[in-house]
Design a protein around this ligand. Structure first.
Ligand code: EPU
Length: 418
């Protein structure tokens, strides 16, 4: 298994470009199941999760080819299998995104029920009740969701909790349903809006994406489209924290600043200068950060996917901060690893109290999930001495060339294979 070796203590300086968003690419690719015509995507990040969804779609019968680096063409003319086996759902929960499209176009699907994962139990009950409200018959057989619906029917679905992939699944399902579907308490994440843009390009009638009420008027069929995936706001946020934690000066290029304003606002509160510059967003930090309290929330709140990274920054702040995780139940797996590096953090329920230390110390640490890995890399960039981050396959699921980008900014980081 590959590992990353980091020698910290160097300020990151220069400019780095953000790749396409993993969490926008995954639902967009699943949308190919809604049409027999070609979907062409640009700005597709080269990531393990993207390869997994491609493998899964090809297993079903989707034709996929790379037209150029970052440009993919997908067509689902002849689907032979309407199922997603456990092995794929286990490695990537987002595999459940094929459920809505399969049901909508083919009237059947068999998808393994995801179990727990490193960040909590993460059920899919809201996806399932929503589809049932649209007329699907759903049974749980041998660990699989077996769903049938001659044709889904539009209805009003109110999510009891905001769910990103739940909103995406139902939005896709509703595009081919009979009549109008209204999704209430829908996720407002930019990735949901990006998917809506793609669906509109395919001829779907979707309105209100980006707000908490989305209205979808079903159509008989959808057509092919070309679509550019939005930049990854979590990668952009991670690079911004990398600039701040190393007291560096980095211009993040190709990002959409409004997509991670909650993060940059907290960085400003912590003492960073944030400004639009040369077509990018420039983050400069001259001193140790001030402590700031953070509570995660659905968009436009502070993203749970940035919680581990901001904790690394607060671990070196001049004082005490409280970080509260409200989206997932068990997303503090990075804490014991940060403690190994000399951080002072106490977790009580959903809140971590972080008492900043002036310097972290390099240590061998273990990545437990994608964003936890990013937090350990950030901590390693600040720490004195050598940090070795093990199990970085988690990082490869969602960050394209992170170590190359950090190296180009002057960071000392190497991947060691095997
Ligand atoms: N929830 C339910 N029932 C459901 C669905 C969700 O109780 O049917 C709960 C979850 O357990 C959680 C909360 O609702 O407590 C929100 O979960 P959500 O469904 O929004 O998460 P997701 O759609 O499974 C996506 C991202 C995650 C990101 C979350 C929250 C994708 C592919 N994944 O997951 O990304 O953390 O939204 O913003 O879009 C990551 O990239 O590292 C990552 C984990």
């Amino acid at each position: 298994m590959d590992r990353l070796v980091i020698r910290g203590g160097k300020p990151l300086c220069g400019s780095a470009s953000v790749s396409g968003a993993k969490n926008a690419a995954l639902p967009a690719m699943a949308a190919v199941l809604l049409t027999s015509e070609e979907l062409r995507f640009e700005n597709v990040p080269s990531l393990r999760d993207v390869a997994t969804i491609e493998r899964l779609l090809m297993f079903m019968g989707v034709e996929s080819r790379q037209v150029a680096p970052g440009t993919a063409s997908l067509t689902s003319r002849a689907i032979q299998r309407f199922e997603v086996p456990y092995d794929l759902v286990r490695t990537m929960r987002a595999s459940v995104l094929v459920l809505g499209p399969l049901l909508a176009r083919f009237g059947k699907a068999r998808v393994s029920l995801p179990g727990g994962c490193a960040i909590g139990p993460r059920p899919i009950n809201l996806h399932l009740t929503g589809l049932q409200e649209m007329g699907a018959e759903i049974d749980l057989v041998d660990g699989y969701v077996v769903a049938k619906a001659p044709r889904l029917t539009g209805t009003r679905v109110r999510f009891e909790t905001v769910t990103v992939t739940g909103t995406e699944n139902l939005m896709m399902a509703a595009t081919l349903a009979k009549g109008t579907t209204v999704l209430e308490n829908a996720a407002c994440e930019p990735e949901v809006e990006d998917l809506a843009r793609l669906l509109q390009g395919m001829g779907a009638r979707v309105q209100g994406a980006g707000t908490s009420t989305i209205t979808i008027e079903g159509v008989e069929e959808l057509k092919g489209a070309s679509h550019r995936i939005i930049p990854d706001r979590i990668e952009a946020g991670t690079l911004a924290v990398a600039a701040a934690i190393t007291q560096g000066d980095v211009v993040i290029q190709g990002c959409v600043p409004e997509h991670f304003e909650a993060v940059t606002a907290k960085l400003e509160e912590a003492g960073a200068a944030v400004a639009l510059d040369e077509g990018g967003l420039r983050i400069r930090m001259a001193n140790r950060p001030r402590p700031v309290d953070i509570t995660t929330a659905p968009f436009p709140g502070f993203a749970t996917d940035m919680q581990a990274q901001i904790m690394a920054l607060m671990a070196v702040a001049k004082g005490k901060s409280a970080i509260t995780e409200t989206v997932f139940e068990n997303r503090f797996m990075h804490v014991p690893e940060l403690l190994r590096m000399g951080a002072d953090i106490t977790v009580g329920g959903r809140t971590a109290v972080v008492r900043g230390v002036s310097l972290l110390r390099g240590a061998p640490v273990m990545a437990t999930d994608l964003r936890a890995s990013a937090s350990l890399v950030l901590a390693g960039l600040q720490a004195r001495g050598e940090t070795v981050v093990h199990r970085i396959y988690h990082l490869d699921r969602g960050y394209e060339q992170l170590e190359a980008k950090i190296r180009s900014l002057g960071g000392e980081i190497q991947r060691v294979e095997g």
